[in-house]
Design a binder for this molecule. Structure first.
Ligand code: ZN
Length: 666
């Protein structure tokens, strides 16, 4: 007995020593700015800078604390068995929520207290865009995920008019006249025009309009610059920012859309492609999708911009699951009923505990299941039906544990006090206006969602039946059965735990190679399953699989309705898309035809890291502008762009290398 005790004491001591050694190793690798998957877990962060390093030290130490103190034993077992991944685990002790769609109108009309001085409500377009920045930058430090503006056009529009009135007033003073009757006169469009040949009030109005357009353009430019350059997120990062727009048909809203697109097309600094904010254009029939729609010209412009700058992405409001019964074309607040997305793909709309809207809500936390692992564990079962049945049992276990874990985290999150998230829980989150600073956030956070994600459907299918869903109809049917099963279970969990659970087609970044590495070690390199350094994202057909854009849409389309926690459809276009915006429209048409919610188009863009020069030449080795050999490619990682692949982790780089293009029918 005593002997046993001694052994276990010795074992414990050895375990502690090993852990200390391991931690020392990790910390030293951060200090020595080594390039590994710990320092490159997140491509947005430069882990070589002091703030980035401090973030990594904290992050590594915090994850350990969570494992030991905040997660129950059975959950930890699934994590250690490589079946579950708890996202943003380092933030777990802070009780932070993932993301939010900002009701920016409240910030603009009420002002905010963000730091040491209260900021007054916005008056003109310049202050409105600065307040948009402040809102996202402040909240970014209160959350661990993305910040998004759901109706950028609608929110900014009133300040375009205010700016126009201000310009009229300037001329009024100059001419000593009264133009007040024109202040609120309805305008068709804000377009710059030459004053030549114009006289009287027409000349005055056009002069005011020209100045207004110039100021709107400049405000959009500075907004984009700020979002790319101000490192306001812990760890020396810029905000994970997104803006949604496209459906405001007023002259002012159209001016905002046009100028944000124009400035994006021009690029920032020396003409580089802006990485943030992720821009999302809302597609809707009757508003902008058909040639007869009032914002069709802006949809055309958005395709031209995307063909050159990767953004905007497109959200399809016509998708069956993105419609809202209360949406009306003449309702000035109709954006409340428009689905929006975080750029990375997080979507929320349905709500068991309040209004069906995206605004003022966000994801609370999400966890991903390694469904490949579940399949690997069944591969030695010879009988196919038995193999598949066993897989579903294993999947079921994972789902149950994932739901339990998310609820556990929720129970911990809800004990946070409103004052821990000063802006989020006073103004932005739905219902937070009723909270006092010492109240817990329990009464309001059930408005958010809990995401259960998955990775590697393609590899999972190969493990189970030898083919993935791009290759065989049988695999596609099984794939749909798997994700439908997940969807049904998630609905059961919502009833049982009384939360908004949803299935998420996980944007796997840090995770891309992590699961695979462990599975490969244990199962070896199984062709089509573990023989690469990454698992395919969520429900996508593998990036290396040759397939047309249309076929890809046909296969991936049905998964969008099943993954309402978020999804994305990608098409990789070959060659220079810059002069071919029509090809972008074709992709949007595919999204429309196959009932998909969110999509984006990738193409090649090489960038000189020294002077910022860019072109669409895949083989650029020398910069034609400055002669530098320091060339990198601009790429999309999980929905957002990264200006340099030097911050990509091993699994993600390997995936990038394998990407093949998808032909789009002319
Ligand atoms: Zn150059």
């Amino acid at each position: 007995m005593i002997e046993n005790l001694q052994t276990s004491d010795e074992q414990l001591l050895e375990k502690l020593i090993n852990e200390k050694k391991e931690q020392k190793c990790v910390f030293e690798s951060i200090i020595n700015i080594e390039s590994n998957d710990i320092t490159k877990e997140n491509a947005n962060m430069n882990a070589d800078t002091p703030a980035g390093m401090m973030m990594k030290f904290a992050s590594e130490a915090s994850k350990k604390f969570v494992d030991e103190n905040l997660i129950s034993k059975d959950v930890l077992e699934y994590v250690n068995n490589n079946k579950l991944h708890i996202h943003d685990k380092d933030y777990y002790p802070t009780k932070s929520l993932t993301c939010v769609q900002h009701p920016l109108d409240k910030v603009l009309t009420e002002g905010v207290i963000a730091g040491h001085a209260s900021i007054r409500p916005a008056k003109h377009i310049e202050t409105a865009t600065i307040l948009a920045c402040i809102s996202m930058e402040t909240t970014q430090n209160e959350q661990h995920g993305g910040q998004s503006i759901p109706a950028f056009d609608f929110y900014m529009a009133p300040y375009v008019r205010n700016t126009y009135i201000e310009e009229l007033k300037k001329i009024e003073r100059l001419n000593n006249e009264d133009y007040s009757e024109y202040y609120n006169e309805e305008l068709k469009d804000y377009l710059k025009k030459s004053l030549d040949g114009l006289t009287g009030i027409d000349r005055i109005k056009q002069a005011a309009m020209n100045e207004t357009v110039r100021r709107v353009h400049q405000s959009m430019e500075s907004f984009v610059h700020n979002m790319n350059n101000i490192h306001s997120r812990g760890g020396n990062q810029v905000v994970f920012s997104s803006i949604n727009y496209g459906t405001d048909t007023s002259a002012e809203g159209r001016c905002v859309i046009r100028e944000i697109l124009n400035t994006t097309y021009e690029g920032v600094g020396n003409g580089e492609t802006a990485i943030f904010p992720i821009q999302i254009f809302k597609i809707k029939t009757g508003v902008n999708y058909k040639p007869e729609d009032s914002n069709y010209d802006l949809y055309e412009l958005s395709c031209k911009v995307t063909a050159r700058r990767f953004f905007p992405n497109f959200i399809n409001l016509d998708a069956s699951f993105n419609q809202h019964e209360l949406w009306k074309a003449d309702d000035p607040k109709r954006y409340m009923y428009e689905t929006v997305t975080m750029g990375c793909r997080t979507r929320l709309f349905e709500n068991r505990f309040g209004p069906k809207t995206s605004i003022g809500r966000g994801n609370l936390s999400f966890t991903t299941i390694n469904i490949v692992r579940c399949a690997l564990e069944c591969m030695n079962i010879n009988d196919k039906n038995e193999r598949i049945d066993t897989f579903f049992k294993k999947l079921d276990d994972c789902l149950v544990i994932a739901a339990k874990q998310l609820d556990e985290r929720f129970q911990f999150q809800k004990t946070a006090l409103a004052k821990q998230f000063p802006l989020l829980m006073s103004k932005l989150w739905i219902g937070s206006e009723n909270l006092k600073s010492d109240d817990t956030i329990e009464s309001v956070i059930n408005q958010g969602t809990l995401g259960i994600g998955f990775i590697g459907l393609a590899e999972c299918l190969v493990a189970l039946i030898g083919k993935h869903h791009g290759e065989s109809e049988e695999a596609q049917q099984l794939g749909l059965k798997i994700v439908t099963y997940m969807r049904d279970k998630v609905n059961e969990f919502s009833e049982k735990y009384q939360h908004n659970y949803s299935v998420l087609a996980t944007p796997a970044e840090g995770l891309s190679g992590k699961f695979t590495k462990v599975d490969q070690k244990e199962y070896g390199k199984i062709p089509g399953v573990t023989d690469r350094d990454y698992y395919t994202n969520s429900n996508h057909v593998p990036v290396y699989f040759k397939i047309s854009a249309k076929k890809k849409a046909e296969i991936e389309g049905p998964y969008h309705n099943l993954t309402r926690g978020g999804h994305i459809f990608y098409v990789e276009i070959d060659g220079d898309a810059t002069h071919n915006p029509k090809v972008v429209m074709k992709v949007v048409d595919l999204m429309h035809k196959y009932d998909m919610g969110y999509g984006s188009i990738n193409h090649n863009r090489s960038r000189c890291m020294d002077c910022g020069y860019e072109n669409a030449d895949k083989n650029m080795v020398v910069c034609p502008k400055c002669g530098s050999h320091n060339i990198d490619t601009l790429q999309r990682i999980t929905g957002y762009l990264v200006g340099t692949t030097s911050r990509w982790n091993h699994g993600k780089l390997s995936e990038l290398h394998d990407r093949t293009t998808h032909s789009v029918e002319k």
